[in-house]
Design a protein around this ligand. Structure first.
Ligand code: PMP
Length: 401
């Protein structure tokens, strides 16, 4: 049965990709953009770009007003108590680097940072390098047999030396929600800071950072159908107060002299230099668009496509899934077939999926793999996209086996 996406026509790139005979199934890497975002960017750039928070003139005032209105929109989207708790960064990666440098003064040799075995390099390497700089222990929570962070193991590994816990909300490789409701209280109980990498989680459903009760939550705009070069870091007010500036320059300074300077509090104190003004304004338009969709219809659509994807993969001989994907994506390998060979035959047939280590090399190693193929869905995908994927997969496997 054909399952259409009611939102497909809202994303002009999908028709353009189809004219190029491309089926886009790499949405966990980045998503296509709705017309509402394109309109907002054209409106902003064609009415007069200006820098924010500095200029006295009218275009500057209008840009600043729109920029701060976007901050308010993001705060509402996440149910953050105040717009002052929303810091704009260049992406999830830069947000986590900001945390790893900005919190460095909080750590002493022998302290522990806890992450998990499934973290994206963006939520592994900044902490690993901080641990090396400060002689800290980097503790890696193992996974259970379902591909979830092992809660029982966490009970013994999160302890009095733990100063910070940094974990993903939703794995970009396994496609599973992680047990944050159990892990975060363990960290809080020992007085550790909590960081949630929401890069994938934010894309599926609405998430309430106040209810989650994490100290920091971060995501990238481009995966949430928004513009590139922009990320969001939410922090609790007292957690943000503990953060020191990481990058120095214009806009973040309160007073500067040749010998010394003082810095603004959050959020501006962490937004050195000219921010991605157009992208920030565009993100608000994207959220406005997403907020207007019927959330339960989106959820049902994503679930229907995901079960079609899992059914198709499970029906085929020799396909092994990584973990137990719950929604949005699935990563797999095929017995006796190298994933790079399979990827190149899929590419030749116009199927855009991701092959490789998915920026989680240690995780792939734990699975005993050098790489895997990942199919990831967006709200504009329809069942025909998956039909084309499976036709191409069968053809590729016929050649390779
Ligand atoms: N964390 C996760 C779970 C991700 O999937 C990604 C992007 N693949 C990132 C972090 C990094 O995001 P960005 O490249 O936008 O900084």
């Amino acid at each position: 049965m054909f399952v259409p996406s009611p939102w497909r026509a809202d994303f002009p790139a999908i028709a353009a990709l189809q004219r190029q005979h491309q089926t886009y199934l790499d949405n966990a890497a980045t998503a296509q953009k709705p017309q509402a975002l394109l309109d907002a960017l054209i409106h902003y750039y064609s009415h007069g770009a200006a820098n924010v928070h500095r200029a006295q003139h009218l275009p500057g005032a209008l840009a600043t007003q729109a920029f701060e209105a976007s901050r308010e929109k993001v705060a509402q989207w996440l149910n953050a108590p105040s717009l002052l708790q929303i810091v704009f960064t260049q992406g999830t990666t830069s947000a986590i680097n900001l945390l790893a440098y900005g919190l460095e003064h909080e750590f002493a040799p022998g302290d522990a940072i806890v992450i998990s075995a499934l973290e994206h390099h963006a939520n592994l390497l900044p902490w690993q390098q901080l641990a090396l700089r400060k002689q800290l222990d980097l503790v890696v929570l193992p996974l259970d047999r379902h591909g979830l962070i092992d809660v029982e193991a966490a009970r013994s590994l999160i302890g009095p030396r733990t100063r910070l816990l940094a974990v993903s909300q939703f794995s970009n490789v396994i496609g599973a929600w992680q047990p944050l409701d159990q892990l975060l209280p363990m960290a809080r109980a020992v007085g550790a800071l909590t960081v949630v990498d929401g890069a994938q989680g934010v894309v599926h459903g609405r998430h309430d950072v106040t209810a989650m009760d994490c100290d920091f939550y971060t995501f990238s705009s481009h995966k949430l159908y928004g513009p590139d070069g922009l990320g969001v870091l939410y922090g609790k007010a007292d957690a943000l107060a503990r953060l020191q500036p990481w990058q120095y320059g214009g806009e973040m300074v309160q007073m500067a002299d040749y010998e010394s300077a003082s810095f603004r509090p959050a959020p501006l104190g962490f937004e050195a230099g000219t921010p991605a003004v157009g992208s920030v304004i565009g993100l608000a338009a994207t959220l406005e668009y997403l907020g207007g969709l019927d959330a339960s219809a989106v959820e049902a659509h994503e679930a229907a496509l995901h079960s079609q994807l899992l059914r198709g993969l499970n029906d085929r001989e020799g396909i092994k899934l990584l973990g137990e994907p719950q929604v949005a994506l699935a990563s797999f390998v095929v017995e006796g077939v190298h994933n790079a060979d399979l990827a190149s035959l899929l590419t030749e047939q116009g199927i855009a999926v991701r092959a490789g280590h998915h920026c989680a090399m240690p995780l792939l190693k734990r699975f005993g793999l050098g790489g895997a193929i990942r199919v990831s869905l967006g709200l504009y995908n329809d069942s025909d996209d998956l039909v084309r994927f499976f036709l191409a997969l069968d053809k590729a496997l016929e050649i390779l086996r």
